[in-house]
Design a protein around this ligand. Structure first.
Ligand code: 13P
Length: 252
């Protein structure tokens, strides 16, 4: 199965209008491999500016979160219909920072996945274990517990419109990347878990790796058979490094 390769940028609560300008100018000039898509997810506030500046066929915009409710008295929140006013195609959901800092449960993440799909947007569903859970050999059960509520909420068939990002919490922002072999083994588990529900769907779902990905380690990680690209934090804020990663990544 040839899945497209995806390089996604999660700016988190970083960046400013200047970075929006510099990054979009540079990305507009990048020559991407035929099978490569790039997704840039700045803060909500910068989606409009980024949309106005990005002009590349295979570079898309994403948001970093959304509220599951269609509208209403939810001060400070953003709905899917608001995102639909902009050329946003993807929404990151269930990032470990949202799970830990903002106490999002896998069930509430599952409801957001449903809302995003209903709005015709593509969720980038983040899952991953903590250092403690890995040491206790709970990685597979944690990932299964994060995936199952989403399967229960939307049904396995709907996963053909979902991107999954495996981000081990211990590798996020720490410089401690999972080795390509370790990341591949976990990606293989995720694909097998999906396959136990539906083999065709499992074959098609893009599985991204996230956690201290940079220009030095991305090629070895993305070359693994079950790794279809990456979700980058720190490196995605550096114009030279991120544009270099996008232009050197090979599609599968
Ligand atoms: P870093 O690339 O900074 O480790 O962040 C990864 C991440 O959390 C992307 O969502």
């Amino acid at each position: 199965m040839n899945r497209r390769t995806i390089v996604a940028a999660n700016w988190k609560m970083n960046g400013n209008l200047n970075l929006v300008e510099e990054m979009s100018e540079r990305l507009n000039q990048v020559q991407l491999d035929d099978n490569v898509d790039v997704i840039v997810c700045p803060s909500f506030l910068y989606l409009a500016a980024m949309a106005a500046k990005l002009a590349h066929q295979n570079i898309y915009l994403g948001a970093q979160n959304v509220n599951a409710q269609p509208s209403g008295a939810f001060t400070g929140e953003v709905s899917t219909s608001m995102l639909q006013d902009f050329p946003v195609k993807y929404v990151i959901l269930g990032h470990s920072e949202r799970r830990s800092v903002f106490q999002e449960s896998s069930e509430s993440v599952a409801q957001k996945v449903r809302s995003v799909l209903n709005a015709g947007l593509t969720p980038i569903l983040c899952i991953g274990e903590s250092a403690q859970q890995r040491t206790a050999e709970q990685t597979e059960s944690v990932l299964a517990e994060q995936l199952q509520p989403v399967i229960d909420e939307i049904g396995i068939e709907k996963f053909n419109e979902v991107v999954i990002a495996y981000e081990p919490v211990w590798a996020i922002g720490t410089g401690k990347t999972a080795s390509p072999e370790m990341a591949q083994a976990t990606h293989q588990f995720i694909r097998q878990f999906l396959a136990s529900n539906n083999t065709d769907i499992a074959d098609k779902v893009p599985l991204l790796y996230g956690g201290s990905v940079n220009a030095q380690n991305c090629e070895a990680l993305f070359a693994q058979p079950d790794i279809d690209g990456g979700l980058l934090g720190g490196a995605s804020l550096k114009v030279d490094e991120f544009s270099q990663i996008c232009s050197t990544v090979k599609g599968s």
